[in-house]
Structures are given as structure tokens and as C-alpha cells.
Design a protein around this ligand. Structure first.
Ligand code: SF4
Ligand code: SF4
Length: 284
């Protein structure tokens, strides 16, 4: 059986200062960092021991994980496990990436986001070039704020065609048809992001073949439905996995609606669901 796990530990700090983010320049106290490290070690031990499943893992920290050694080590060690299909982390790519030379490139991948104003474009692109040199699969994205459009265009022009650039609709921003067309010219799948998906009562893979796991092992269907369905470390999650309709009115985040069955996005992103790389890319 295949199971995708979105893991989020207690870490909630970031080295960047994005104006659209609650974790900007937040610092975690040492005891929280120790707790995050211990929770991640427990999780990676569980993954290593759970060999009856084909696992795919996406680390979705609040804030930035790759500035912490324990996330880099987890990426490398999990990538070498034969029953781990893919291990991915969402990152701002501020940290150097040479450590990925030790990872299995068939399994390790990155979901990277460019934050104009926080990092020079040339510096971000040099990190992307290093990832390509290392043969590490990665997507690159931007938040589709009007002020980011010129930077996003320049980024798209500078990236190799083989690298997919995704655009997330900015929260609270309503796009005119002209704006939507401008962003769609950069990301042909922007249409999935620009309007929230009505999900209430609709079937979703979350809770069946994808789950969200917190640092203490709490298992939920997804990051957006708070009700726990079990715990990873007492095995109670196994009996909880089954098809169910979504209880939320809307689903507006890619890491959620990619699992919403009627959208068919698991086919669009087949082979790259967690790192957000379409199956057919570059687009014909
Ligand atoms: S890089 Fe990401 S986590 Fe950090 S401040 Fe920006 S949006 Fe928030
Ligand atoms: S549609 Fe979204 S909110 Fe609803 S269960 Fe699926 S991932 Fe969760």
C-alpha cells in the first residue's frame, strides 16, 4: 500500500522576513528546537521501521527546516530507504544544498519557493543551478502578488525549461481576468490555485492514502481538517484509513487539493505529487 505523509513538527521559525508570513524572522527557543529535533528523530525511526508500506514523505514545517541539521540528515537518511519512494521538503532555499550529494536522487526532492525582497534572484538561481547539477528534482514557486510579477517573469526566463515554476494565488487577492492570464502564462496550472475548491462532501484521498502527522504523532486527514484520526506511534492510524468525503467548505492549498479526487490532480502531477512537478513537463 502507498501512503503519503505530510509531516509538521513544532519548529516555527524562519530566517526570512516575508511580509505575507506569520513565521517571518521568528526565533524558536532552544527547548523548542530540541523538541523539534527529538520529534523528527522519532518520526524518521518510525519511517525506517515501517517497511510494509511504500511511503512518500513531505516535510511542511512552519518556517524553514533546512537551516537545521536534523532536517538535512532526515532527508538524506530517508532517501536511502528502499520502501521510501520520495522524501521532499518545502524550503526557501536559503541554505546551501551541497549536502544533497549524499542523498539518493531517485527519492530526494525539493519544493522551493522564491521570495523576492528576501534574496537576490541571482543567488536563488545559483542554488537552483546547483540542484540541477546534483540531479535533484525540484520545483520552484512564487506567491502571485502583483509586486512579484516582474521577478517571476525574470525567474521563469532564467530557469531551464525542464524546471517547473508554480504560482500560488496570493491569499485575499482577487485576480482580474488579465492578471490571471498573466500568471497563467508563467504557470499553466495557476487556474487550480486562483479560486478555492468547493470540497464539502466531495471524496478526497486525504485520510485514505495521504495523512498529516504532527510532532507528537497525531494523525489527521490533512493539515486543514483538525480532527485527529489516530496516532502514528500507537498504530491507531491504520484502522482509521478509509475513503471519506471532505468535511470542510473549501480547500485552497495545493498540498490539500492535490488529493481532492474530482480534480484528478494526482494524474496531472503523477510521479511528482509531493514536490509539485507535473507528469508532463515541459508542457507540450
Ligand atoms: S520563507 Fe517561508 S516561512 Fe520564511 S518568512 Fe517567508 S513565507 Fe514565511
Ligand atoms: S479536500 Fe482538502 S480540506 Fe478536504 S480532506 Fe481533502 S485535503 Fe483536507
Amino acid at each position: 500500500m502507498n501512503l503519503s505523509i505530510l509531516y509538521r513538527g513544532p519548529l516555527a521559525s524562519c530566517n526570512y522576513d516575508c511580509p505575507y508570513c506569520p513565521f517571518a524572522k521568528r526565533r524558536d527557543p532552544p527547548e523548542l528546537l530540541r523538541a523539534d529535533r527529538a520529534a523528527l528523530a522519532r518520526f524518521t525511526d518510525w519511517v525506517a521501521a515501517t517497511t510494509d508500506l511504500r511511503l512518500s514523505v513531505l516535510f511542511t514545517p512552519w518556517g524553514e527546516g533546512l537551516t537545521r541539521r536534523w532536517y538535512r540528515e532526515a532527508m538524506v537518511s530517508l532517501s536511502h530507504l528502499p520502501h521510501v519512494q520520495r522524501v521532499v521538503i518545502q524550503t526557501n532555499l536559503a541554505a546551501r544544498v551541497d549536502w544533497l550529494a549524499d542523498a539518493d536522487r531517485a527519492a530526494a526532492a525539493l519544493w522551493t519557493t522564491y521570495h523576492p525582497g528576501q534574496v537576490d534572484r541571482a543567488r536563488f538561481l545559483s542554488r537552483c543551478a546547483r540542484l540541477s547539477e546534483l540531479g535533484i528534482r525540484h520545483s520552484v514557486g512564487v506567491v502571485g502578488l502583483p509586486a512579484h510579477l516582474d521577478e517571476a517573469r525574470a525567474l521563469r526566463a532564467a530557469l531551464p525549461d525542464a524546471v517547473y515554476l508554480w504560482v500560488n494565488a496570493a491569499e485575499g487577492h482577487r485576480y482580474t481576468a488579465e492578471e490571471e492570464a498573466a500568471w497563467t502564462a508563467l504557470d499553466p496550472h495557476f487556474g487550480f490555485s486562483v479560486r478555492p475548491h468547493l470540497s464539502l462532501g466531495r471524496p478526497c484521498h486525504a485520510g485514505e492514502t495521504a495523512v498529516s502527522v504532527l510532532g507528537d504523532g497525531t494523525v489527521r486527514r490533512c493539515h486543514f481538517v483538525p480532527t485527529p484520526i489516530g496516532n502514528l506511534y500507537d498504530g491507531s492510524w491504520r484502522a482509521a484509513l478509509r475513503p471519506r468525503p471532505c468535511p470542510a467548505a473549501v480547500c485552497d492549498c495545493h498540498i490539500g487539493y492535490v488529493h481532492l479526487k474530482p480534480l484528478g490532480l494526482r494524474d496531472v502531477f503523477a510521479g511528482g505529487v509531493l514536490e509539485r512537478i507535473p507528469a508532463v513537463w515541459p508542457a507540450p
